[in-house]
Every structure is written in C-alpha cells, then in structure tokens.
Design a binder for this molecule. Structure first.
Ligand SMILES: [Zn+2]
Length: 345
C-alpha cells in the first residue's frame, strides 16, 4: 500500500497567540549586518510571499513530535519510543543504550546490502517505534504531516520589539555592546491543518493526548520558551475523515487495518488486534460527494470532540505494549555492528 491512500484524517486548527503573550519564530533579519557576535539574537517573524506571517509546518511538527514522545515515555516509563537524537558514533565499538530507529535501520540495511538484499518497504513501518511510525524516520516519511500555518489575513499579527540585556559574565552588569532586540509577534491567529494518512486509531488517540496538552497551555512554540513565550491556544478545531469505499458501520470509526488484506496485515505489522480496532462515533453521518470517497466532518468549539476521549485508550494500550522486534533490538544490532566494523578494518 506504499502509494495507496485508503483513509485520511484531517484536523483543521486555528491557533491563537494567547493574550499578552509573544511568539518568536523567526529567521535571521536580512537587514542586520552579519557579525560573529550577533549569534541568533536578531530574528524577525517569518512572512510568506503574500505578506502574511506564518508558522512553518516543520516547526509545529517538531513540537508535536517532541510532546508526543514525552507522553509515550510517561506511559511506558522511558521505553515508549526511540529518540531521534540518540545516534551511534561511528568511532565507537559499543552502540549507545538508546538508539534512534533511523540508525537501527541503517545498520540493518548495510547488512542486507552485503548479502545483495534490501529491506522490504513495509519493514520501515512495521519495525519502527510508534513515534517513527507516525512522524517518520530517515528511511520512512511517516503518516503525519503538518501544513504551514499562515496568519488568517495580512493584518493579523503585530511585530513587537523587546530589548533584552545580556549580562556580562565577568562583572555581572549589563553588557552595553550586547543589547539585542528580537522582534516578536503578538495578536495573531494562524490557520492550517494536520493530516494523518492511512491512520490507526491509536495514532488519533496519541494526537488527542497532545491536543489536550495544547489546550491546557502546556505546549509552547518558538524561541525563548523558557522565558515564558510562545503559548498558543486552539481557537477553532474541525475534523474530517475520509475513506475509500463505504465505512462498514456508520457510527464507528475504523483504523486502516480493517481495509487491508491478510498479506498487508502481516507485512505492516497490523496483527495483534490492530486489524479490527475501531471507536464509537455516535451520530456520525457520512456523505459521498463523488461516490468513491466517504466523508465525515465535525466542528468542535468550545468542547473537545468525544472521539479524542474514545481513541485515547487505544493509544495508551499501543504505547504501553510497544516493544522493538528482535531484529531491531540492540543485542542483534550490536552483532551486525561488530561485523561491519571488523569488515571496515
Ligand atoms: Zn523511532
């Protein structure tokens, strides 16, 4: 099903910088002369070619991933996901105690190539940790993508300068030459969407946990978060599901497993009940504008939709029972790694 879209979830969001808060997501100010000591302090908010301020989708995806990993590690006491920054050092004989999926697959790929083989595409999904299944790793794009979030209109968002004082480390006084003035943004509403293609119910539930944290103000975006900046609130939330073909039951939402044949279920690792996962979607009415795709959409202000609640237990169960397959475990990878280092000598 590499190039096949069988179901899709689209979450439309309007994100608002909360009152009196500031957001600093920027690029280096091109009008400022580049000096070595300037470092990253001179930033201006990002603007698209039509003049609207925007939050890049990649920044938002990074923030969502990091919060999702944090949640998974609470649920599974530190073993819920790999961590993308845990990488092997080519010079070291022992692999680190934690290793990101991308590096694990690279060691396996190198071994397969030595035997003139390759890894089947489905393996990059089936054997990855939950975070890499949803957000991707170096050999797999991931199921979730985030669009850029432009401001609602070109009047939305006011740049705001605030001078910070850098403290001189020797005298503990303000360093005159080190005053810097980043430009923040306030009073802006951004609009964009999060997509999960070929989704599983546990993936919706996991995103549901992250959204709950966003609603509670626990997620910040951009620079200077430790100074209390970058708090966003959800102003509007819409969901849309679509399926290729009629849903088997109208008031239920099914994960991708329901739409796969036995061969795919095996290849992509949708066994263990994942082929039959579903949640209740009371009162759902599906439309089929083109008689091919079946769509259901709903708007959810100000209360969060019950579907998040319903999907969360699937996420909890999946994340809690996650375990790397034998081929991905450090013990077998260390053996391959030893052989590869030996051969390189
Ligand atoms: Zn991973």
């Amino acid at each position: 099903m590499r190039k096949l879209l069988l179901n899709e979830f689209v979450l439309g969001l309007e994100l608002k910088i909360i009152e009196d808060d500031l957001l600093l997501i920027g690029m280096p100010d091109p009008t400022q002369q580049k000096k070595k000591e300037d470092k990253a302090d001179k930033y201006i908010p990002m603007r698209s070619s039509d003049g609207k301020y925007f939050i890049p989708g990649s920044s938002l995806k990074g923030v969502l991933r990091s919060r999702a990993e944090y949640i998974a590690n609470i649920i599974h006491q530190g073993n819920g996901v790999c961590h993308i920054f845990d990488q092997r050092k080519k010079s070291e004989a022992h692999l680190p105690g934690r290793l990101c999926c991308g590096d694990r697959f690279e060691i396996r790929l190198k071994d397969a190539e030595k035997n003139q083989k390759t890894l089947p595409y489905a393996t990059f999904y089936a054997d990855a940790c939950p975070a890499c299944q949803l957000f991707g790793h170096s050999s797999f794009q991931g199921r979730l993508s985030v669009t850029d979030f432009p401001a609602l209109d070109s009047d939305s968002g006011k740049p705001f300068s605030q001078t910070h004082i850098a403290v001189d480390r020797l005298t503990a006084g303000a360093a005159q030459s080190k005053l810097f003035t980043p430009k923040y943004l306030r009073d802006a509403v951004f609009k964009g969407s999060i997509h999960i293609q070929n989704f599983s119910i546990w993936q919706l539930g996991w995103l549901g946990f992250v959204l709950q944290d966003l609603r509670e103000g626990l997620i910040r975006l951009g620079r200077k978060q430790t100074s209390g900046y970058g708090k966003l609130a959800i102003q509007k939330e819409t969901v849309r599901f679509r399926y290729l073909g009629k849903p088997p039951t109208e008031e239920k939402l099914w994960g991708i497993g329901k739409y796969l044949n036995d061969e795919w279920i095996k290849q992509y690792g949708y066994g263990n009940g994942l082929a039959y996962e579903s949640i209740d979607l009371p009162g759902a009415q599906w439309s089929t504008p083109d008689h091919l795709w079946y769509e259901y959409s709903a708007e959810a202000p100000p209360e969060p939709l019950p579907l998040w609640e319903n999907a969360r237990s699937a996420a909890y169960h999946y994340l809690q029972s996650f375990k790397f397959t034998p081929d991905m475990q450090l013990k077998s990878l260390q053996e391959l790694w030893d052989r590869q280092r030996e051969a390189a000598r």
